[in-house]
Design a protein around this ligand. Sequence first.
Ligand SMILES: *Cc1c(COP(=O)(O)O)cnc(C)c1O
Length: 356
Amino acid sequence: MLDIRYELREELKERPGEDDPLSFGTIFTDHMFIMNYETGKGWHDPRVISYQPISLEPSAMVFHYGQEMFEGMKAYKTEDGRTLLFRPDMNAKRAINTNRRLCIPEIPEEDFVQAVKALVKVDEAWIPEKPGTSLYIRPFVIATDPFLGVRPSDTYMFIIILSPVGAYYKEGINPVKIWVEDDYVRAVKGGIGEAKTGGNYVASLASQVKASEEGYSQVLWLDGIERKYIEEVGSMNIFFKIDGKIITPKLNGSILPGVTRASVIDLCKHWNIPVEERQITIYDIYEAYQAGKLEEVFGTGTAAVISPVGCLRWEDHVMVINEGKIGEYSQKLYDTITGIQVGKVEDILNWTVEVK
Ligand SMILES: *Cc1c(COP(=O)(O)O)cnc(C)c1O
């Protein structure tokens, strides 16, 4: 149990109105959580304070060698006014794995969840209530030693900030266009692809920019060695429905283990829909497409939950999936998961946790 100190603001910021458009990650709430680490002392001084700039030396290690990790999750308001988190234990466990890989001291699962709950409780009034909206939660750790040598830092900050976000799909679910990247790679087995860290994102930018110039909103990554096995999309895991079966690449060390990915697999199993985690190549996908068996493609992630793919471009082939419309399974998964998140659909698998 953390002994959290509260230093709350007296004057609160003006909050966006229920009808104001909310774009992703631009507005931050009144408070933040912060806790420090020092070798020998461990994690200490957990506190909820006013959202404010932090002061770091220009030599702080995070700026030079990228020793940092992050998580992404959301809090939702139910119709009867309760505040729910979705599987926060999974984010806490993934944070532990990320930290291990990056030589960052671990944060115990209970402390991570307690910190998230404490901050969300304080800024509960910031959770928007319109359908599809939520409060995005961004926990992260940075290495703060003022030192230019290469080694794990001896000091860190664990910070959580909150940002109200609007509905991802404003005019119904819009399938995205995805570019299959066959030049750059995101990660390789043994690297940091399965850790949630900024380094994976900076590695993806050049490809993202190229795809965006061609009119594609995201990139689908192939494996770094043979350049044929499907891995994942920019910030989402990927699923295919081929001939009635749901298939997603199995976790192989270079794919980020998404909470939404795990939830989709669990739901399919619960519904007795055949679901397979296995290696699958871009050739398999193209072959299924040509045979008319590529029925649905969708990405999964906390931001959009389910993101149907309407078009996949690989080399010179443009695959239009399900006439560019959302598929039956994608819709059912979207409705069920988002329904559970806001307390509208029975939480059959016991996923939500109330913030009290
Ligand atoms: C966070 C993330 C995902 C999705 O994970 P969720 O837990 O479902 O939000 C997928 N891929 C990458 C690279 C990510 O960083």
